[in-house]
Design a protein. Structure first.
Length: 138
């Protein structure tokens, strides 16, 4: 994700649709740290990003879409839902990669989404609406 951000992909292609896996991996967990460290390094001249990017680096990370595959269970999902706007989340599982051939991943992801406190509209976005919007983009 960082390579795509710093390569300027979202500046050159602002409508790009890039889906990242496993609820955005560690990015949601380290979101505040990403912002703080680049601010710190930039302020001290260790990283030169102004002029290369149109926005601060942390802004670009929420431009990705993230699936709901639970690489960390409910805690990972809550972290991702706090980081990515609901319109940037897509239903996904690691099926068939579990001890039950995929059914456990589906069951656990659905249960985590049910317990997440999402509104009906947000849940509909994640379950199907966002993907439909992406697939019908012109």
């Amino acid at each position: 994700m960082a390579r795509l951000v710093f390569a300027g992909v979202f500046d050159r292609h602002p409508d790009a649709t890039i889906i990242t896996h496993h609820t955005g991996a560690m990015v949601p967990y380290f979101g505040d740290r990403i912002k703080a460290m680049y601010d710190l390094f930039t302020a001290h001249g260790a990283v030169q990003v102004s002029g290369r990017l149109k926005h601060p680096p942390h802004w670009y990370f929420t431009r990705f879409y993230a699936d709901t595959a639970l690489n960390g269970g409910m805690h990972a999902l809550r972290c991702a839902l706090a980081y990515f706007p609901p319109e940037r989340m897509l239903f996904g599982t690691d099926t068939p990669f579990d001890a039950e051939g995929g059914s456990r991943n589906i069951r656990e992801t659905l249960a985590a989404l049910d317990a997440s406190g999402l509104s009906v509209a947000q849940r509909q976005q994640i379950d199907e609406g966002n993907l439909q919007r992406i697939l019908t983009k012109e």
